[in-house]
Each structure stands twice: as C-alpha cells, then as structure tokens.
Design a protein around this ligand. Structure first.
Ligand code: AMP
Length: 558
C-alpha cells in the first residue's frame, strides 16, 4: 500500500508516530523533540517494520526549514542583522575553523586523508537551523540580543556552507592530492566569484525589488478581505522566494526564505503573516526531526563507540568552547556566551548534505558519513539537556540581577523549577499582560491595589519588574507558575488572555487551589463564555459585547 503512495504514507506515519512519541516524551518530562527523533528511527531502514521513503522525508524536512527561516526573517530587520555582524562574522569563521581543525585531527587519528579530514571537520562545524531555532523559540530568545547574535551567526554559517558546497567539487582533486599542478588559480577563483556574485545578486534583488513588490502584494491581498487568499499569499511568497533563490541563484532554501521574511519585518502585516504560517511550520519542523531520525543506525554506537564519542565531543564541547571564548572576547556577558555555545552544540541538515557530497566525490569514507550522522542525532538528542543545564546555571544569576548587562533585552531563559511563591496578600492575580492586561494593570496600580502578574512574554515581565511590580514569566497553565501566585490569599483572579481553551485550563487549576476565589475571565464568543463558566469562572466578560456597548454609549443609547 505505502509503496504506491510514499508521500502520503511518510507524512501520515511520520506525524502519527511523532505525535505518539512526542506525547510520551512530554509525559516523562523530556523534550518532545526526542520523541520525534525516536519516531524517525522507527520509520528508518535500520529498525524492523515499516520503512518510509527517505527522499520524500528529506524534501518535507526542507519545507520545514523554509517556513522556519521565513518566520525568523519576519522578526528580523536588516538593522538587526547588521547590528550583530561585528561578532557574528568573525565568530562564525573562527568557530568553523576550530571545529574543522578538531575534525581533521580526529580524521588523522582514524587514518583518513587530509581531504577527508577537511570535509569531516566542516560537516561538524555547522549547526542545524531547525534545532537552533526550536531551542531559541522554546525559550523566547529569538528577539533578544543573544538570540539575534545566534541567528546572525547561523546566517554566516549558512553562507559559508553554500560556498563550501559549490567549491567542494572544484577542490576535490586538490584535496585528494591529485592533479594539484593542473589546477589554475582561475579554475579555483572563478566558481567562488560566481557564487559570491549570485548571493550578492540575490540579496540586492530582494532589497531593491522584493522590498517593494512583496509588501505590496500582501497589502493588496489583505485588502481583498479574503483570509484564505492572504494565507495562500504568505505561503506562496515564503516558498516561492526560497525555491526561486535556490534555482536561480544557487542560494540555499533557508537563506532565500530568511530574506523573504526579513523584507516584511517591521510591516504591520508581518505579525499576521507569521501567525498564518505557524501551524504548517510546526508540522513540517516535526517532519524534519523524523527525517533525521530515519538516517540513524543505532548499531553504530555499539560498533564504534570510541570514534562516535570523539565526534560527539567535538560537536558538543569543542565547538561550544570555541564559541564561548569568542563571544566572551567580544565583551559579551556569560549568559550570552553560554546561550550561543549551547545553541551551536549540535549539527544537522547541512552536515548531512556536506557528508553526502564528500562521499559521492570519493573524498570522505562512508564511515565518515556514519559518524557525522551519529554525531548529529546524538547531539540533537543531547541539545535539550545542554539547554537544561544552561537554564540551571543561569537561573540563580537571573534571580539575583534581573536587569544586568543586556539592558532591555535582559530576560530569564525559562520558567524556572522552583518559582518562589509571592508573599502578597489580598492581591489581584492578573494572567496576561497584553492589550487587555496592561490596561487592567495600570488601573490596579492607580488605585493602589496590590497585583501579581503572570505573563508568558519575558520582555513584558522585565518591564513590569522594572516598574517594581511582582510578576513571573511563564504559562499560567503550568502548575508551578500558577502556584507562585499565592491564590489562597488572593482577592481575585483576572484571566486576561485571548485563548479561551487555555483560559479554561488556568481557571480549572486555580479553582482547585482556591474553590471560593472570584475569577473573572475574557472571551470572544458565547461558546467561549460557556466554556469558561463550565471550568469555574465566576464572571466572564465578552470583549465584543463591551465594544458594542461602548459604541452605543457614544450615541447615548444604552
Ligand atoms: P492581548 O491579547 O494583547 O491582551 O495579549 C495577551 C497576553 O497574554 C500576551 O501578552 C500573552 O503573552 C499572554 N498570554 C497568553 N497566554 C498566556 C498564558 N497561558 N499564560 C501567561 N500569559 C499568557
């Protein structure tokens, strides 16, 4: 059956297994990403049972990369990119060099040629876009200074890899030690110049023409009033530009999509465009991890434990140490250096492509590719753990000095394990500090009512803390987070978040802690009002009704 429909079976089996194992991983408090990889291993050729089509899975994964990079571009302006170039460019270059040298050292130890060492080392030097972005997104770090440096760094690595992939076939003979004399300078420099010219051509085209045409198209479609068309136009732009960039300019899909997003950044439509691509982006990012899992032969860990461990050590420790030292040398704080190091302590899609090309050019032995794969999957599996260690390491510091060093971008990395319970009494607990919550909070402040704010967005919480208000970063559904609000002693709970489903969960948890607490929630429809009441809200305010009432009141009608 599945042989006739490889695309359908890969998508369906991939998503179903990823869901099942992702849910199990979540349950046992491991990153769901680990579950997706396990799903991939089960669908791969090295485990019994169903084997999905690797080619199809890789292409699906590539769509995930495109949508992710488009999303990152949407939050990234050219100024942001230029503001980190001073550290991102030298940082990425030095780090690639260090990782390549370490890789060459290991290759030499294993008795491979210099050429094999160079390819192996380069493959170990470049981090996976998807893994890095997922880690930063999970911690809401993308729009902070450290996030911007990490993404800028990634873009430089991306460009370096695009150049490497083009240059490798040209340099293959030289690296194999053959025909060195017949290789003229022209033969070496020409492809390099052409590639750089193409990248520059693409960037200029996007900045000069794309910058005008793409927002125009989106504005036009937005004014037709058709949501469906708007959604379609966003997807068409993200995928179309990425594909066009790859076909016409030999630029990677990721880079093309990033620029497509970046020229929309800052426009009022970017937020909406980002939301429209979210569900697809998540689905395809999951398929990316499944496709990586499929490549993994678990037996290599048993067959060659030494080289696997050495490869892993280069990725997790060697690369990170280099990145840490460089970032510190540039005068950034420890927290920034550690975040960048942890972000880069893994390898992914580019490494597979590079190792594959190395094998097909007879530069890299097949064993080298297996080691790269093993290193990739183990480092991706370890990455959430690396970040967890980082969170633990940074947590006390964040508590002690909430606004140290990084100015407005300072933030704590994650809701922490032991959030202290507030000592406020007879206070109002406010969940959500957005358009509604901010208004409420200002009113409470004016009236001198003590308040405790729970908000998901750490930048907003940093602002609150700066004003001297007690608040916590995190999802109010998290028992630890809601538990910190001292609900038994609270006067009331205001749930000012737009999502009624999540609102219902918050209310249910709060009710369990304090059955007699007055709870007021926010809704957008009659159904949501019912849902919130069913979960224990004392009172529900429907935004749309209040707007209508205010409009009538303006006319003197009640
Ligand atoms: P708005 O719709 O503009 O009032 O914004 C709602 C605010 O609530 C945003 O700042 C969100 O970050 C925040 N928010 C949404 N869901 C949650 C949640 N479950 N826990 C804490 N904050 C949330």
């Amino acid at each position: 059956m599945h042989h006739a429909t490889p695309l359908i079976s890969t998508v369906v089996v991939g998503l179903v297994l990823a869901f099942a194992f992702g849910a199990i991983a979540q349950r046992i408090r491991v990153s769901p990403l680990v579950g997706y990889l396990v799903a991939g291993i089960l669908m791969g050729p090295f485990t019994p049972g169903y084997v999905a089509d690797q080619g199809v899975a890789n292409e699906l994964a590539e769509i995930g990369v495109i949508l992710l990079m488009f999303g990152v571009g949407l939050h990234f302006s050219l100024d942001d990119l230029l503001s980190v170039k001073a550290i991102a460019i030298p940082g990425a270059i030095v780090q690639i060099t260090v990782a390549t040298l370490l890789g060459m050292g290991l290759a030499g130890f294993l008795g491979w040629s210099i050429g094999a060492g160079v390819v192996f080392g380069l493959a170990l030097s470049v981090a996976s876009t998807v893994v890095l972005l997922r880690a930063l997104q999970e911690r809401r770090l993308i729009e902070t200074e450290r996030g911007r440096i990490a993404v800028g760094w990634l873009i430089v690595e991306d460009i370096a890899m695009v150049l490497t992939l083009v240059m490798l076939p040209v340099l293959a003979d030289l690296l194999k030690g053959e025909a060195a004399q017949s290789l003229s300078v022209q033969a070496l420099l020409l492809p390099l110049a052409i590639t750089l010219g193409k990248v520059a051509g693409f960037v200029i085209l996007m900045l000069v023409i794309g910058r005008r045409v793409i927002p125009w198209i989106l504005h036009y479609v937005a004014h037709t009033g058709s949501r469906e068309l708007f959604r379609l136009s966003v997807l068409a732009i993200a995928l179309g530009v990425a594909y066009g960039a790859a076909i016409l300019f030999d630029v990677s899909f990721a880079l093309g999509a990033f620029f497509a997003g970046m020229i929309l950044a800052g426009s009022e439509l970017s937020q909406r465009a980002a939301q429209e691509t979210l569900p697809l982006r998540d689905a395809f990012a999951v398929l990316f991890f499944v496709s990586v899992g499929m490549l993994f032969d678990p037996m290599i860990v048993v067959r060659e434990p030494g080289p696997v461990l050495a490869t892993l050590a280069i990725i997790v420790f060697g690369k990170s140490a280099a990145a840490f030292v460089i970032v510190r040398l540039f005068g950034h704080p420890n927290s920034t250096a550690l975040t960048i190091s942890a972000s880069l302590a893994q390898i992914g899609e580019f490494s597979f492509i590079l190792a594959g090309l190395g094998v097909s050019l007879a530069l890299l032995p097949e064993r080298g590719r297996d080691l790269v794969l093993a290193g990739a999957i183990l480092s991706i599996l370890l990455n959430p753990i690396v970040f967890a260690i980082l969170d633990r390491f940074l947590a006390p510091r964040d508590n002690a000095a909430p606004r140290e060093c990084e100015g407005k971008n300072r933030e704590s990395p994650k809701p922490r394990q032991d959030i202290p319970v507030t000592d406020l009494k007879n206070h109002v607990v406010l969940v959500g500090y957005g358009r509604v919550g901010r208004y409420v909070s200002d009113g409470l402040k004016r009236s001198g009512t003590p308040q405790y704010v729970i908000e998901d967005n750490s930048d907003a919480v940093a602002r609150l803390k700066a004003e001297g208000l007690q608040s916590v970063t995190g999802n109010a559904v998290d028992p630890e987070v809601i538990g910190s609000a001292n609900l038994p002693a609270a006067r009331c709970l205001l749930v000012a978040i737009p999502d009624a489903f999540e609102g219902g969960q918050v209310i249910e948890k709060a009710r369990r802690i304090n059955p007699s607490l007055p709870i007021v929630a926010r809704s957008h429809s009659e159904e949501e009002t019912d849902h919130l009441k069913k979960h224990g809200a004392t009172d529900v305010v429907m935004g749309e009704h209040e707007i209508a009432k205010a409009m009538l009141a303006g006319l003197g009608i009640r």
